[in-house]
Design a protein around this ligand. Structure first.
Ligand code: PDD
Length: 287
């Protein structure tokens, strides 16, 4: 069945949603995006995602063409029109479609930005079987650009990373730079050692995950110890547990790194507890 999607203020069937070949999102990856999860038909951490969207737009010298309230209305309308109980809402804003290809940014008064929002129905996001089993990751070099804190649609390398992992029989890849793990291809990376949760500190090197912020806060509130510092792949392989966080996986155990099982090779107590706490607390705050 065809989805109803949002394009520049209009709701229409996905097959009728068309964008210019001159759109800078298409030609230059000149656009930003957000992915917000839906549980029980409600949005998880919507305001966190909108705040990061504002920041991404600001960092790229792009205007914000739509208010938080109008975005909320559009997200809720699409959830309702498409009957989403569990899934994701994808939002993308580009610098729009000038009359021709040009490296120079178009005048924002003359070129309206493009806003696209669509739903992805994902039953089983909450009760994800992968969370009971855990996932396998491999390590790859991080060769992305230096502003990974901006959530741009330049996703070729993350996509390639997932393909390299798939070819090696793994589920995802952790990226490594100067000997330290930066993050997963589409998620933040963590290890657990002697009960302590260790994850790289925020900087331009990684995306400032909305799930990360919530998980660290809930973890601290539950008296868990959190260390924000670099860790190496060798340290990760020697960890008691490991996991990733993102809007699409929440808290997901990692049970194998570069073919080496962690602990018993099954999800450990810290990650299992963190996932439960995260889901419970996030649902309480969902809108
Ligand atoms: N990815 N790091 C990277 C590189 C990401 O692409 C993402 C999110 C995260 C986690 O951020 P958050 O907790 O705010 O989802 C970290 C989304 C889910 C995606 O591209 O589909």
């Amino acid at each position: 069945m065809s989805r109803t999607v949002y394009l520049n203020g209009t709701y229409l069937p996905e097959e009728d949603a068309k964008i210019s070949i001159f759109d800078r999102g298409f030609l230059m990856a000149d656009g930003v995006y957000e992915v917000t999860s839906v549980l029980d038909g409600m949005l998880i951490d919507f305001d966190g995602h909108i705040k990061r969207l504002d920041r991404s737009l600001y960092e790229l010298d792009m205007r914000n063409p739509i208010s938080r309230d109008d975005l909320l209305k559009a997200h809720r309308e699409l959830i309702s029109l498409n009957g989403i109980k569990e899934g994701l809402i994808y939002l993308q804003i580009t610098r729009g479609a000038p009359n021709d290809r040009d490296f120079i940014f178009p005048d924002p008064d003359e070129t309206p930005q493009t806003i696209v929002i669509f739903t992805q129905n994902k039953p089983g996001l909450y009760d994800n079987p992968a969370a009971k089993k855990g996932i396998k990751v491999i390590s790859i070099e991080d060769i992305r650009w230096g502003r990974r804190d901006i959530k741009t649609v330049q996703l070729l390398y993350p996509s390639m990373g997932k393909m390299i992992a798939k070819k090696q029989g793994a589920d995802d890849a952790w990226m490594v730079e100067d000997g330290a793990v930066t993050e997963g291809t589409s998620n933040n990376a963590y290890i657990v050692k002697d009960g302590k949760i260790i994850t790289r500190a925020l900087s331009n090197d990684i995306l400032h995950g909305i799930t990360r912020a919530a998980v660290l806060r809930f973890g601290k509130e539950a008296q868990m110890q959190v260390l924000e510092r670099d860790f190496t792949i060798e340290e990760a392989k020697d960890a008691d547990e490991a996991f990733i966080t993102s809007a699409s996986t929440f808290v997901m155990p990692v049970v194998e790194i570069d073919g080496q099982p962690l602990g018993a090779g099954t999800p450990g107590p810290v990650v299992t507890r963190l996932r439960d706490i995260y889901l419970e607390e996030s649902l309480k705050r969902a809108i």
